[in-house]
Design a protein around this ligand. Sequence first.
Ligand code: M6R
Length: 612
Amino acid sequence: MCGIVGYTGYENAEGIIVDGLKRLEYRGYDSAGIAVLTDKGLQVRKKKGKIENLEKLLMEESLTGTTGIGHTRWATHGSPSDVNAHPHLSMDGKIAVVHNGIVENYVELREDLAKNHGIKFITETDTEVIAQLISVKYGENGGNLENAVRDTVKMLKGAYAICVIAADTPDKIVAYRKDAPLIVGLGKKRNFIASDIPAVLKYVKEILLVENQELVICTPEQVKIYNSEGREVSREPMFIKWSIEDAEKGGYEHFTIKEIYEQPKAIKETLMRRIDDEGHVKLDGIYISAEELNSYDKIYIVACGTAYHAGLVGKYAIEKMARIPVEVDIASEFRYRDPLVDEHTLFIAISQSGETLDTLEALREAKSKGARVLSVVNVVGSSVARESDDVFYTWAGPEIAVASTKAYTTQLICMYLIALYFGRLRGTITDEYYSFVLKELEAIPEKIEKVLEKAPEIENLARHLYNRTQVFFIGRGLDSAVSYEGSLKLKEISYINSFAIAAGELKHGTIALMEPETIVIALATQDALFDKMYSNIVEIKARFAHVVAIAKEGNTKIEAESSEVIYIPQCADEVTPLLSVVPLQLFAYYVAREKGEDIDKPRNLAKSVTVE
Ligand code: M6R
């Protein structure tokens, strides 16, 4: 959600910044812009829509200069438009700012700037306030840009990251972070600022993570970081091993399908690091004693969207294996509910990006009430990871498509590993059961390969069903948790109105909606609940709806009542979500492709949701 790129060096900045912005497209945006310090002062080019629109403009009116900032905007304050796109200039044209996040008190600041400094605003954004305020402070500080930024951020409320350049301060970018991601890319005679690592990976491998309330001064020759007390801090750079190719499509038509196919590899990676030579789960050096674990009277799993759906499976696994009560909550609900959390609560946050503001705030709420916080995160060094007591990385690799796929299945693996670890520690599972589930997990990558071989069958199904307007996903037990994920996947990338419900609830209302045009995707993978599920399918069939069943190989009885059956390989009931979600991901993908939608970047959505 919004992307920042800043560059200062000795090469022309324009192409480097636009390239960086393209690497951030996955975050979601609706306009893009760039400001470069040229020999005619600060020059800005910005355009509503895709980055190609900006590139066309730059072909007509290119920018020459070696320091600049760029931005992809996802509109919050003011509609997506050329004028509201970033960068924003101060009224005198001498300060340019790009900004991620929200300035909550921008109305008061705007009124004050207009009344007391005669500022005339030309956009509807909160960001323009920052540019104008820095300009005022720049004057008050005798042209010292870093002090102007320091004074400005003291007046801003909200969560934000900003990147600033000034006409009279050549070869310098000043940036500041408060609750929104920011990184520095360290190069030779060139340095970068960005909101995310892929933006700079083509040029540098050494990254500095900017912490909260830190100010960064970046010139071609050096980078200095100052903490909130104004003291310079020294920090070891991280060396990024993954290549730009890892984050690119590698021959697939879309990132979404590439990432669906990457699941066996991603799961192997997640598992490999966590099972020791004796076949025991290790939690990345996270130390929780049996005594401490027994002191928890409940576990809260809190997350948003797909990560929340992974939490639903986590609840099932932890309660079954470790026998500790688990509550799963949506982060945006949890934080405003004065939740019952104390030092006897273990709080687990799940987040792919580690930057989802609702999850981050929920984590802070839990921490402030004394809970120990363990996070399950994909992006290394992200805010959620940094603010947690313990981090369990999913190691899915970069997930670029907005729709989460491999992050979900690796989150599931993490939840199973945590459940097994806790179960063994508490003595609530036998050694045989522990080894049995581990073996089932180790067999998953190969079994997912088998499900992926069914892609042509699912593509064909999508070709026949893509123009339906109503799809239901139903299941019982773990199948109901997966139904929610299947439904979200379909609606977010294909824009078909879909709805997930526990199958037992159908007859309490929703069955009224069943008619011949309705598609019902019925998950029936739980042996223990198969007969109950079978009865639900019979009831639906009696209303002439089109039933697509997902079942384990061998359960052919279901064919009599279903229009189609997609089989997944035999496995223990406990681990079916890892397999049954794959046909649902493929179905959503092929339906969206059939409809010609923008699959990797669905409308109105952003990869990481850094606003409330
Ligand atoms: O980065 P996070 O896992 O915290 O993101 C949470 C949700 O925004 C995310 O899962 C969203 O629902 C995806 N678009 C689903 O595919």
